[in-house]
Ligand binder design. Sequence first.
Ligand SMILES: [Zn+2]
Ligand SMILES: [Zn+2]
Length: 328
Amino acid sequence: MVNGERTWTGPIHGRLGVLADDGNCAQCHICGGYYGNLGGHVTQVHGVTPSDYKALFGLNATTGLIGPALKGIRRQEADVRKQTPAFAEFRAAGDRARSELTPEQRSPKGRRLRLQQRLSPKVQAARRAALARANEVLRQRKEAGLHTPAGWSGRDPKAISAKGHARLAELRTDPAWRDAFARKVSEARGGRLQVTCVVCGVVFTEPHSHRRRKTCSPACLTMLRASRAAGRQAAAAPDRDQRRTAGIGLGDVRRQRGWSIERLARQSGLSPAHVSRIERGLNTPSFAALGRLADALGGGPFPARETTASDQSVNGVQAQPSGDSVAA
Ligand SMILES: [Zn+2]
Ligand SMILES: [Zn+2]
């Protein structure tokens, strides 16, 4: 019945903005019946509050939802109350409150009158008078040559545009204006975000446009990239650590044999620098390189490790458990 727009979608009895009566009771816009106490009726029978009812059917908020008979009785009661000192005090308080309002607060611009208000002869006369006053002011301004018609007539759009750009350039030199403008743009784009650095856990704010950022500083970003790269390498070559450990183990074997790095390099066909780096764990040798080193050392103790598809190159070398072999 009542949708979100506060309009009535059902059938309407009587006219919008008019509270009809039969000389005794007021007519209900919803069911068409006549009721002395219409406010009570709409609340109890239709489940609509009096203020909603007035808004739905265009009645003034100050209109009482009662028939003329009850209104007469209520008015007599009110007249009695108005004689009391309490009422005089009440009215004086209202006057005081109103005197403190600004003219804008007293008659706010842009307020929308309800239909009953707009239909009232008093309001219509006031609107006609206001229009006549405005027209008179316009006529006087035209006579005095002060009036500029709306639109582009008589003005050069290019000159106006240049003026606008010049003003914008002037505003841009003001840091406060630039800050306010940046804030406005940021808010329009969804405001600033609270982001927690995934590396160090520091919370920082970022504009919405940088919402993919995950780290607080270049240092943290470098660490994040390094850890991602390590993760990728581990995923691409899960036996990497084992190969490096095996390379270090072969260095122990070489020293047991009493060989120099140069001799092992010569025998295996690798460069001395490469052999040195493999032994120090700085280079991760391929299985082919490990096989050549092991062959050169004559199949000495080789660290045991899990068998993988890429074992072919070192198949000739038997793993011989010994006291000083390096665990994989
Ligand atoms: Zn009704
Ligand atoms: Zn950080």
